[in-house]
Design a binder for this molecule. Structure first.
Ligand code: ATP
Length: 276
């Protein structure tokens, strides 16, 4: 039997990408007798299949918003919905990847990638073949039997991303997944992530502190203002796709970065101009 690869098409039916809506969302945390107003009046619409980055000053509530979309936190007021249904708990069609890869040290690479299938009780030969394909796509072909301690930070993060994709999620939530990596590894992983995304369409919400990363990856950059965070501006990124490495050296790329930086400066200074 011929070996199936991702290029042949998905091994399982891919769910249609999800649409996300946040309406008048606020979040207040209570701790040590103090209230922290993390988010205030956040309205956000993300169309199915879009790649959207969230960028904003430290502590403006990016991770909080992502966790609410993931169903790991509930809003204090307002609603977050996916495909029209209010999110009240983590949903199976969502994949998540965080800054720390959190691989299980005692499991080899293949078993780490297949962990969500083990949890679902759906692991089979087809799922394992997909794990091997994803590993190849992330530039780690042949590393199935390695253990996390034998991998570099960038390799561990590649495995974590393959794990987040194993169930063919309709929505991928990523919280600074490449924040701990050096610039070159980060760019390689950006390229690989776009390759996967172009191959298996899905909605992606990506939190980052890197303006160039946000611009390179996204259809739209959502700039948030300082805490309590709200949406300061939505900036469409008009750069053509597919986006290849060479794009990073073009004047259009630099111009898009300059624009996002200017709007982000406004947001950091608490000004309310530049919205569109
Ligand atoms: N579980 C919690 N309990 C109390 N306060 C919290 C909790 N989670 C987050 N916060 C506070 O809410 C605010 C927003 O935090 P959040 O992590 O969402 O910001 P962020 O924009 O992702 O920050 P960074 O860019 O630094 O990662 C911060 O002031 C943080 O201290």
């Amino acid at each position: 039997m011929a070996t199936r690869t991702l290029a042949d098409g998905p091994a399982r039916a891919t769910a249609a990408p999800s649409a996300i809506t946040a309406r008048a969302v606020t979040k207040t945390f209570e701790g040590k007798g103090k209230l922290v107003h993390a988010l205030s009046d956040v309205d956000l619409e993300i169309e199915a299949g879009q790649f959207v980055s969230l960028i904003g000053p430290s502590g403006c509530g990016k991770s909080t918003l992502l966790k609410m979309i993931a169903g790991l936190l509930t809003p204090s007021t307002g609603t977050v919905s996916i495909d029209g249904a209010t999110v009240t708990e983590p949903l199976p069609q969502i994949g998540v990847a965080f800054q720390k890869p959190t691989l299980l040290r005692w499991r080899n690479v293949l078993d780490n990638i297949c962990l969500p299938l083990d949890i679902d009780g759906t692991r089979n030969a087809e799922g394992e073949a997909r794990a091997v394909d994803l590993l190849g796509l992330m530039g780690l072909a042949g590393f199935e039997k390695h253990h996390p301690k034998e991998l570099s930070g960038g390799m561990e993060q590649r495995v974590a991303i393959a794990r987040s994709l194993i169930t063919q999620p309709s929505l991928l939530l990523m919280d600074e997944p490449f924040g701990a990596l050096d610039e070159f590894t980060r760019e390689d992983l950006n390229d690989e992530l776009l390759r996967v995304w172009q191959h298996e369409p899905k909605t992606v919400v990506f939190v980052t502190h890197s303006i160039s990363e946000a611009v390179f990856l996204s259809d739209r950059v959502v700039v948030m203002s300082a805490r309590p965070g709200r949406v300061h501006a939505n900036i469409p990124v008009e750069l053509p796709r597919p986006r290849e490495r060479a794009l990073r050296n073009t004047p259009e790329f630099y111009e898009a970065i300059r624009h996002v930086r200017a709007v982000l400066d406004d947001a950091r200074l608490g000004e309310r101009k530049g919205e569109h």
